[in-house]
Design a protein around this ligand. Structure first.
Ligand code: SAM
Length: 227
């Protein structure tokens, strides 16, 4: 149950400085990893985008704590070598990302360059196989409206899964949504983030060990609804 979770009243009510000690006053979170699990993506992206703040959201308390400890350890280790520590741009919150996302992130539509999200990740989300459980899926028509709200125009939604039926579900709903347009996989070949999306998370590594398939689909947030 997530009844005990507390949410900020608005993005400005968050104590972001506690999450990102060396952030500048103008900075806001730009990447969100939804259901980040053990945090492999964040840890991989942190040194690749040292000036970008990124946040993992995870509902399981022990898993969230694991990621927080991992980040603390990394900062400690990095602080011996660098100034400021490279991993100060990455953090995690325990949250049900299916609720109150706009309480954490500014509206993307009006933002100038970097005061809102430019990337949202859904990596190997829980498949919820049974039809009566589909409403629990993290990609759904209602939630897509929230993801579009927080993502800036031109921003990208990354999805990957080893479950073909879930891939088809996500592609169907994201394609049907007026504010998202699929990015052809060929166009993503040169994107260094995509490589990490495929290989850096714990679930992605597990799929790899089992020689499973990985179905990737990325979508661009459009400025105006497509007709
Ligand atoms: N993305 C990670 C990876 O690739 O290794 C984790 C994948 S795991 C299969 C799915 C994760 O999503 C779990 O850690 C689960 O606790 C989390 N999760 C499920 N529903 C969530 C929600 N509503 N809000 C936040 N996290 C959620």
């Amino acid at each position: 149950s997530d009844h005990s979770l507390v949410y900020p009243a608005s993005p400005s009510a968050m104590d972001w400085k506690a999450h990102y000690p060396s952030m500048s006053p103008e900075q806001t979170v730009e990447f969100a990893d939804i259901g980040c699990g053990f945090g492999g993506l964040l840890i991989a992206l942190a040194p690749m985008f040292p000036d970008t703040l990124m946040l993992g959201m995870e509902i399981r308390i022990t898993v969230t704590q694991y990621v927080a400890d991992r980040i603390t350890a990394l900062r400690l280790r990095n602080s011996l070598a660098y100034d400021p520590p490279e991993s100060e741009n990455v953090s995690v919150v325990r949250a049900n990302a299916m609720k109150f996302l706009p309480n954490f992130f500014n509206k993307g539509q009006a933002c100038i360059t970097s005061d809102c999200l430019s990337k949202i990740f859904f990596l190997f989300p829980d498949p919820h196989f049974k039809a009566r459980k589909h409403k629990a899926r993290i990609i759904s028509p209602t939630l897509l409206a929230e993801y579009a709200y927080v993502l800036r125009p031109g921003g990208i939604v990354y999805t990957i899964t080893d479950v073909l039926a879930l891939h088809e579900w996500m592609v169907h709903h994201l394609t049907a949504f007026p504010l998202f347009e699929r990015i052809p996989n060929e166009e993503l070949d040169g994107d260094p983030v995509v490589e990490q999306v495929k290989t850096s998370t714990e679930e992605g590594k597990k799929v790899q060990r089992n020689n499973g398939d990985k179905f990737l689909a990325c979508f661009r947030r459009l400025e105006d609804p497509k007709r």
